[in-house]
Design a protein around this ligand. Structure first.
Ligand code: SF4
Length: 211
């Protein structure tokens, strides 16, 4: 089947209608807290991260606060998070680098991915939330939505990420990331998506195949 051009206006106006104030669900007050929360959120739900950081962030606001804390105590405070030992180690190393660099959280992907444990996806989330950069972080869920809506026709999240850089028109990039995250979380779930009232049925390959 030949791929049609997606109706971006329809897709994003619907997503904006569902989530008019789409924003990250991670709790934070300082840029450093956001970076730590995004690192902790790898393979972990935002809800679980918030449970941990709501307590942790009463004392941890800047990188030097982590360095003042006994390492084992820090590990202990995040131990309900998947791979907590690795994440604690890398957050420590990141804190040292940031203290040496006047706490500045880098504002380019190239600089961000030099920080320990920061990959392309983490960097894009930080750039999008902190600096309002028109980038789209692609996880397996965003990858799934983009394929269901035939924005792309790809096999991996990495391929989707590369294509989205050019596929999605500029005017939608500032809202695309959060809208798509919230859409997969609350509507377009992997199993049993809530298709009944979805206005994208006519644009959806999954709906055409399964409903
Ligand atoms: S119709 Fe269903 S599968 Fe398709 S985009 Fe809507 S919720 Fe997702």
């Amino acid at each position: 089947m030949k791929k049609k051009k997606p109706d971006y206006w329809l897709i994003f106006s619907y997503l904006e209608e569902l989530f008019p104030n789409a924003d990250t669900e991670l709790h934070f007050q300082t840029p450093f807290q956001l970076l730590v929360a995004v690192i902790l959120s790898a393979q972990t739900t935002d809800k679980q991260v918030n449970k941990v950081t709501d307590k942790l962030y009463k004392t941890i606001k800047q990188p030097e606060d982590i360095l003042k804390m006994w390492h084992k105590k820090f590990e202990e405070s995040i131990k309900s998070i998947w791979l907590y030992k690795w994440k604690a180690k890398h957050i420590y190393e990141t804190s040292k680098i940031l203290v040496e660099n006047w706490w500045k959280i880098p504002n380019t992907e190239k600089e961000l991915i030099k920080l320990p444990w920061v990959g392309e996806k983490t960097a894009k989330v930080v750039l999008y939330v902190l600096y309002k950069a028109p980038v789209i972080a692609v996880d397996t869920h965003v990858h799934r939505i983009c394929n269901r809506l035939w924005i792309v026709k790809t096999k991996t999240a990495l391929q989707t990420s590369k294509l989205l850089e050019t596929e999605i028109p500029n005017q939608y990039r500032t809202i695309a990331h959060h809208c798509m995250i919230l859409f997969w979380r609350y509507y377009c779930t992997a199993r049993n998506p809530k298709c009944e009232n979805c206005k994208l049925q006519n644009n959806c390959l999954y709906f055409k195949k399964n409903k």
